[in-house]
Design a protein around this ligand. Structure first.
Ligand code: AR6
Length: 189
């Protein structure tokens, strides 16, 4: 097993540096905002590369399921449009307000609801960006710990997924995630 891979239950968790819009997993997760109408960062990149079909489906979701916007910690799924991934799972991470406003719980929920949705669609592989650590200001040291623990907890209970990939956008983010993954995900027997 490569040094950037960790076995959790039946699944592999892999950490790589890259652009998530290039991921070849069944689904990629979008760090969206509650409007679901696009934005900067990962969200902007996904809509640009995936094309207008994604926004059309987001508009339908807003008009039906989430008229007031998608709540923080929830997730919805659309086509991947022109992306290699067949689906995009849109979730909304918390805005960092110092850490005592339920941010860790909401961030964990964003990861777990996304994975739950993937499983409910029969998907096997999912890629995540580092949710909330860009425009939403969540410190990567803290967000990485929450993200890895949330994924681990999910995979320990659920054996229908093959692979979860964290696609980190900088060497620094990859280093931080790798450091935490060695503590959180590695076997200590
Ligand atoms: N691939 C992988 N990671 C990326 C990419 C990419 N192509 N682009 C940026 N990142 P952000 P948030 C990293 O701001 O903090 C948007 O405007 C980035 O370096 O995308 O959850 C939405 O519409 C950072 O580490 O998401 C919302 O309004 C991480 O992805 C708001 O930003 C997340 O940064 C959401 O903020």
């Amino acid at each position: 097993m490569a040094s950037n891979e960790f076995k959790v239950g039946k699944a592999t968790v892999r950490l790589v540096m890259g652009d998530i819009t290039e991921a070849e997993t069944d689904a990629i997760v979008n760090a969206a905002n509650s409007s679901l109408m696009g934005g900067g960062g990962v969200d902007g990149a996904i809509h640009r590369k995936g094309g207008p079909q994604i926004l059309e489906e987001c508009k339908r979701i807003r008009a039906t399921e989430w008229p007031d916007g998608l709540l923080t910690g929830k997730a919805v799924i659309t086509t991947g449009g022109n992306l290699k991934a067949k689906y995009v799972i849109h979730t909304v991470g918390p805005v960092w307000r110092g850490g005592n406003r339920g941010e860790p719980e909401l961030l964990a929920q964003a990861y777990q609801k996304s994975l739950r949705l993937a499983v409910s669609k029969g998907l096997k592989t999912v890629a995540f960006p580092s949710i909330s650590t860009g425009a939403y200001g969540y410190p990567v040291e803290e967000a990485s710990l929450v993200a890895l623990k949330a994924v681990k907890e999910f995979l320990e209970k659920e054996d229908n997924l093959d692979e979860v990939v964290f696609v980190l956008f900088s060497e620094h983010a990859l280093e931080v995630y790798m450091g935490k993954a060695k503590d959180v995900l590695a076997c200590h027997e």
